[in-house]
Design a protein around this ligand. Structure first.
Ligand code: ACM
Length: 268
C-alpha cells in the first residue's frame, strides 16, 4: 500500500486558494492514502469569529469537501484532511476521511490546544477505527487524530485497541516535541503513523506562530520511514505493508496488548 503526506502552508481564510494548491500538487500522484495538515481549508490563527464563518463549512457539502471528493474520485486515492467545520453555528477542528466512492467519515479534535478553546467546540464523537477497502491493498483499518491529540497517549492507544493499523494525524504543530514522540507512539502501539504538518508563520492579535513542518511517517517498530523539511512544500510517498501493524508481539514472549495489566491501572 502506498501512503504519504502533503506538507504545505495553507493560506489564512482562503479555502479557494488552498483547494487550488492541493489540486495542483496531488493530481496524478500514484498513492492509496494521502494525509493533509490540520485546518487545511482555513489556516490556523483566528482572531475574529467572522474569519471562521468565512473559511468554515458544513461537512455535508461545502467547497472544500466537494473539491476533496472530486480529487479523491478522479485520482482513486483516499484523502485524510483537517478541515474547519461549521455545524449549527458552532465550529469544530475536524478531520475527514474521504473515500474515492464518495464516502466521508468525520473525527472532531478531542483535545483543543491553547486559543483553539476560544473558537472551537471540543470533539464530541467516539474515537473509532474505520475500515477502508481498496483493490490494490485489501481491507485496512484507519484511525484519525489531530495535532495536540498526540500528547494524550489514550488517543492513539484507543485507536490501536480498536484495530487501527494506520494513524492519520493532520497537524499544525508549533512545539518541538511531537515529531520525536511519534516514534514512541508508533512503537508502543505497533501502528504506522502519518503526521502531516504545515509550514509557514501566521500573525494575529499581536501573536505570531511558526509551524514546524518536518512531517513524519513512522513504522510499527518506531522507525522513521520519511521526514520532511522544516519549511518546504513537500509530498512524500512510501510503500508499507499495513499487516505489520496487526502483530502486537515485541518478542516471542511479550505482546503489547495481551500483557497489559488493566486491573492495576488507574481507572477514573
Ligand atoms: C495544535 O494542536 N495545533 C498544536
Amino acid at each position: 500500500m502506498k501512503v504519504g503526506y502533503f506538507q504545505f502552508k495553507p493560506e489564512y481564510c482562503n479555502p479557494e486558494k488552498n483547494i487550488s494548491i492541493i489540486e495542483k500538487n496531488l493530481s496524478g500522484i500514484d498513492i492509496d492514502l494521502i494525509v493533509l495538515p490540520e485546518l487545511a481549508n482555513s489556516g490556523y490563527l483566528f482572531s475574529r469569529r467572522d474569519d471562521l464563518f468565512r473559511s468554515s463549512e458544513n461537512i455535508s457539502g461545502g467547497i472544500f469537501i466537494n473539491a476533496l471528493k472530486r480529487i479523491s474520485s478522479k485520482n482513486k486515492f483516499h484523502i485524510v484532511s483537517g478541515i474547519c467545520e461549521r455545524s449549527e453555528n458552532k465550529f469544530y477542528n475536524t478531520s475527514v476521511l474521504i473515500c474515492p466512492e464518495g464516502k466521508v467519515i468525520t473525527y472532531r479534535k478531542l483535545h483543543l490546544f491553547d486559543t483553539e478553546k476560544k473558537w472551537f467546540e471540543a470533539g464530541n464523537m467516539p474515537i473509532s477505527a474505520i475500515e477502508i477497502n481498496g483493490k490494490k491493498f485489501g481491507k485496512v483499518r484507519i484511525g484519525m487524530m489531530i495535532c495536540f491529540d498526540w500528547i494524550f497517549p489514550e488517543t492513539m492507544r484507543t485507536l490501536a485497541l480498536k484495530g487501527a493499523q494506520i494513524i492519520c494525524h493532520p497537524s499544525n504543530l508549533v512545539m518541538p516535541y511531537c515529531q520525536r514522540a511519534m516514534t514512541t507512539r508508533a512503537l508502543e502501539n505497533h501502528v504506522f503513523t502519518i503526521t502531516a504538518n504545515r509550514t509557514g508563520m501566521e500573525t494575529a492579535g499581536g501573536k505570531t506562530l511558526t509551524f514546524t513542518g518536518q512531517s513524519v511517517i513512522v513504522s510499527p517498530k518506531g522507525k522513521y520511514l520519511q521526514k520532511a523539511s522544516k519549511n518546504r512544500k513537500e509530498c512524500a510517498i512510501v510503500k508499507i505493508n499495513p499487516k505489520e501493524a496487526l502483530d502486537k508481539k515485541i518478542n516471542p514472549v511479550n505482546d503489547l496488548f495481551k500483557d497489559r495489566r488493566k486491573k492495576f491501572y488507574f481507572n477514573e
